[in-house]
Design a protein around this ligand. Sequence first.
Ligand SMILES: Cc1cc2nc3c(=O)[nH]c(=O)nc-3n(C[C@H](O)[C@H](O)[C@H](O)COP(=O)(O)OP(=O)(O)OC[C@H]3O[C@@H](n4cnc5c(N)ncnc54)[C@H](O)[C@@H]3O)c2cc1C
Length: 367
Amino acid sequence: MKHIAIIGAGASGLFLAKQCSGDDRLQVFVFEKSKNVGTKLRASGGGKANIFNDNITPEGYNHPDFARHLLQKVTPDILRQEFERVGLRMITDEEGRVYPMSQFSRTVVDILCDNLAPNVHLETEHEVKRVAQKDGFWYVDDCPVPFDHIVFASGTTANMILQNRKHYNAYLDSLGLKINNLQPSLVGFKIKDYPKILSGCRVHVIASLYHGDTLVHREPGEVTFKDDGISGIVILNLSAYYNRLDDKQNCSIELNFLYQDEDYDVNQHLAKYHSLKGLLHPQLNDLYEQRPFDVKKFRLEIDEPYDLAFAQVCHGGIDIAEVDDHFALKRCPGIYVMGEMLDMDGVCGGYNLFFAFASALIVFENL
Ligand SMILES: Cc1cc2nc3c(=O)[nH]c(=O)nc-3n(C[C@H](O)[C@H](O)[C@H](O)COP(=O)(O)OP(=O)(O)OC[C@H]3O[C@@H](n4cnc5c(N)ncnc54)[C@H](O)[C@@H]3O)c2cc1C
């Protein structure tokens, strides 16, 4: 009989616990610092939880080679089968994004938590502060159980209130791991000299991230203008590519407001109607009348990303070179790391939950 400790009952921890449930080779203890489990999973996808994507590509992640390798072992089809096996019905939209049929994230949490077999022990309101090795076993805080394996599944500080951050994964301190700086990802940007007149406006655009004059990434989607910057899924995705840049100075976002009518001659329109009122969102037109701009190439200079508290995930975390193919720490045999604690982040569309679940599946297969 092997004893396993899972630290964190979020997406990856709960998925692993469910895999282990009823496996008579294993006694599993899940430690969760909060009163509730699966908090981020519940918040995911605007409460609908976009749990993975049928069209997932390695390039959507910050480490495409690592993702390519993982996708050879765990495909979206395999994940779908695993969820179907535990009774979750799913729907897929035209972009390949997969949601629970209920369109309610709590369904996923309930499915993972309900009817866990007696070999899985869930302890909430236990924040793990220390892990230590003695006589070939691992120990968690003052828990007397000698563990054969510990699985780190504690996520990151993205989207947490500031006060909680100082406690972030303090139990990692003694292990000497390479941990890359945590930066907000899937987050909006504050903009220099921001045209506040646009606040509240939402429009479909093609958005392009530039570093100087070099195009970094371009994609279509809806942009939302906030009080001091911009957000919306297309902008969150640009933030993932922004984080991959070593030098983040001199970055800007270019918006094409006319991409659905690319060949339309704006100058002729202006000559004929003396305004862009019939062409643009009213707030964009108000701005144009104050300060004319190129409606196919509207440049906004990035000041900085919004705070981690507004980010969906973190870029950074435990360096992927610290783990082997099975997500085991190379320098601490017996310990596995999964989900967002690793320096792996993906774009919107189910990439991050896919990684959390897929890494848990690989860990389970190696326990
Ligand atoms: C608003 C929002 C929307 C999102 N939408 C989507 C989406 O639609 N699709 C998608 O793919 N991704 C989405 N994500 C990202 C996704 O939710 C995360 O990437 C995913 O939940 C990470 O799973 P995890 O298991 O690594 O960590 P988490 O789910 O964050 O779980 C970590 C758990 O560990 C606990 N913990 C931390 N430290 C300790 C400790 N010391 N002791 C005990 N317990 C501890 C935490 O309380 C938490 O319960 C979204 C994120 C947010 C914030």
